[in-house]
Design a protein around this ligand. Structure first.
Ligand SMILES: [Zn+2]
Ligand SMILES: [Zn+2]
Length: 512
């Protein structure tokens, strides 16, 4: 950092910093777009600047403005997009941090400052929220993506129309840290908003496009933006249905109460995610215990003459599938039986920065085979890793009342439920080839009669659904990869869980 600035045009400089900081000089005064670490300010006298008058932030990410923290008497005005206050102000950041500490929900931002900024004017926006710097009129277009409020700034300089697009675009028709477009694990609002912004940007005249990372684009920037808009639309499509045209194939279940369904004589579904399997021994096994559903399980056990729940397993670590384990153990003495991949995060839920872990660590009484067989009473379960919605996911299959029943959690749903999936995203470490493709293959190999998946979805298996999913996964992987500036998913997309083991079963086996 603190390198010599590039003079892009007379009076327009780019300082490579935590992000590119663009400085416009008029006389001995200056305006900066984004701030980075602020170390570049030492170089201002060398380019003839005595007074920095304005700093414009394109969005709230820490790499744009961390150097502004810790001081509230800067001798220049700091302007940010209207709407960024919850992400930039100390109160806003504190509120987000408290929510994350309490439950670790999907993060509202991937890059927050530590403490936040005071004395920011949230006065920039599309339309008439312009900034006048002497004769220079700075206009703004909404280019969401790196957060919902990100803006691109447009101004005239030396007879040219210059656009500072923040992280809305990166050279090569890519996006810096494309996971920032994932605002939710299953909704596609981020990619759609990003597409709309880039499409709008592509329709204005641009002589020089100045992104926050990577080189400036002077060669046909509009063409590059149009290509990027297509790629963003591909990502939006990939976030759509994973098995289009497939019937849902729900099987009829008997409603005992609104919260209790009888699936088979020995299998019940209760609450949102739970299943209760009954053994001839008079014992019960729970799949995906959720604390909020425990009352419905108690109701079901009462109706069945109080069979004793002696074991519980889970499809994946998300709290709505695991936070009932301890109640089962404490109240009924159930053994907690964890797949090793789940044990890896549930035994220390703060080990990785994961979303939606249960609010308490869960210790296994028994670790299941990573891949193999496991017996509970008369039931022999096939057990295997099942990465998809999240890497830390497992699947189980056993024969119940003459039917091969697959317990598969959240990755695969009937076509009309959430686009056929619980969604993919980087922060869940969802994998394509080593996840959706291999897990769909597992279902194809095991050929269940019915799937008892998360959120009460009980449906019949047909190979066509899972073959479509495999095709979709390869397309989805390409859609993400096409947006990566380095062409490497690990460097640009999967950066949330460094140190976590490789997801593919064979790679893990090789590691020993
Ligand atoms: Zn950013
Ligand atoms: Zn889930």
């Amino acid at each position: 950092m603190n390198q010599t600035p590039l003079e892009l045009m007379e009076g327009l400089y780019c300082f490579p910093d935590a992000c590119n900081v663009y400085v416009l000089r008029r006389g001995d005064c200056a305006l900066a777009i984004d701030f980075g670490s602020g170390q570049w300010m030492d170089r201002l006298p060398a380019i003839g600047v005595k007074r920095l008058e304005h700093v414009i932030l394109t969005h709230h990410h820490a790499d744009q403005c961390a150097g502004l923290e810790g001081r509230d008497d800067w001798p220049f005005a700091i302007h940010a997009p209207n709407g960024e206050r919850p992400f930039l102000s100390p109160e806003g950041i504190e509120a987000i941090r408290k929510r994350r500490l309490a439950a670790n929900p999907f993060p509202p931002s991937y890059s927050l400052l530590d403490r936040g900024l005071t004395n920011v004017q949230y006065d920039l926006g599309p339309g008439s929220r312009e900034l006048f710097w002497g004769p220079t009129r700075v206009r703004f277009i909404a280019t969401p993506g790196h957060g919902p409020n990100a803006l691109s700034a447009i101004l005239d300089w030396q007879g040219k129309q210059i656009v500072f697009c923040g992280d809305a675009a990166h050279a090569g028709a890519t996006v810096w840290r494309p996971y920032c477009l994932e605002w939710h694990h299953s909704h596609a609002d981020g990619p759609l908003a990003a597409w709309e912004g880039v499409r709008n940007l592509a329709s204005i005249a641009i002589d020089l496009l100045c992104p926050s990372h990577g080189p400036v684009v002077a060669d046909h920037p509009r063409k590059m933006l149009a290509e990027l808009a297509k790629k963003l639309m591909n990502l939006y499509e990939a976030k759509g249905n994973i098995c289009p045209g497939e019937p849902d194939r729900y099987i009829p279940v008997e409603t005992i109460t609104p919260q209790i369904k009888k699936v088979l004589p020995s299998l019940y579904q209760y609450g949102m995610n739970g299943y209760l399997l009954l053994s001839k021994s008079g014992e019960g096994l729970v799949v995906d215990p959720q604390r909020n559903a425990h009352q419905w399980l108690e109701d079901l056990l009462d109706r069945l003459g109080r069979p004793r729940v002696t074991a519980a397993i889970a499809s994946h670590y998300h709290c709505d599938h695991t936070d009932g384990f301890l109640l089962l153990k404490e109240r009924g003495g159930a053994r907690i039986c964890l797949h090793p991949w789940l044990g890896e995060v549930l035994e220390d839920r703060r080990r990785y920065d994961l979303i939606w872990p249960p609010d308490i660590d869960v210790h296994a009484d028994e670790i299941l085979p990573e891949r193999g067989e496991w017996r509970w009473n008369e039931y022999v379960f096939q057990v295997a890793p099942f990465p998809g919605q999240t890497r830390w996911h497992a699947a189980y299959q056993t024969t119940i009342d003459g039917q091969k029943v697959f317990f598969g959690g959240d990755s695969f749903q009937p076509c009309s439920r959430w686009n056929g999936t619980g969604g993919f995203c980087s922060i869940n470490d969802s994998r394509f080839r080593d996840g959706y493709v291999s897990s769909a293959q597992l279902v194809l190999d095991w050929k269940p009669d019915l799937l008892c998946n998360g959120h009460g979805t009980v449906f019949r298996f047909r190979p066509s659904q899972f073959r479509k999913i495999q095709k979709w996964a390869l397309k989805a992987e390409k859609a993400v990869l096409d947006l990566c500036p380095t062409g490497d998913l690990e460097k640009d997309y999967y950066i949330h869980h460094p140190g976590a083991p490789a997801p593919h079963p064979s790679r893990r086996d090789n590691k020993g």
